[in-house]
Design a protein around this ligand. Sequence first.
Ligand code: OGA
Ligand code: MN
Length: 206
Amino acid sequence: MESEFISPTQVQDFEDLIDGLLTRNYGLVDHFLPPALVAGLRENLLVHFNSGNMHPAGVGKRFSYQRNLKVRGDLIRWIDNDSKDPWEQLFNERIKSFITYLNQTCYTGINDYEFHYAYYEQGSFYQRHLDQFRVDQGRKFSLVTYLNADWQASDGGQLSLYFEHDEMTIDPQGGRTVFFKSDEIEHEVRLATRPRISIAGWLKHR
Ligand code: OGA
Ligand code: MN
């Protein structure tokens, strides 16, 4: 992936995500995407949802794929890595910049990525899980960006991260981004009492 100009504030966000992951097993920044981009992606997601173009997420991969509402209730839509949508292009550029930075500073060898929109209807959740599939160990890092406007603690829908000795609970505020290792950190999406929207995805090594 080619490197391009990266602004100092972007570098600071990248540093914060990486530093958080290295020092406490997760990175968190509050404005990984500019507000206009969060709004543009939110609009995209809601158009897909309202036109019935989001689909129940399954559990597992290929032949072990199945829908299980007791495990996860989100509706998803994959984002094309070569999308021509202007907001998705900006999002993909941001991800590619981060991958370039990560590879240059941490020798991580990431050479692919995949992201999807996610819509958790009121009352849905995603039970405690790991993001790496047993049959496909390509997912190295998980990165989730929230698109919710004005999220309140009483809306539920927190992301809980489970570490060896403690846990961390994070409100899904719009623009906030969380970063952790896909094969190490078990996590869960708590029941949301209003629709909860995000882009979730993975940095991969093929
Ligand atoms: C996932 C996931 C977390 C979140 O999609 O695998 O764990 O906070 N998402 O949306
Ligand atoms: Mn997950």
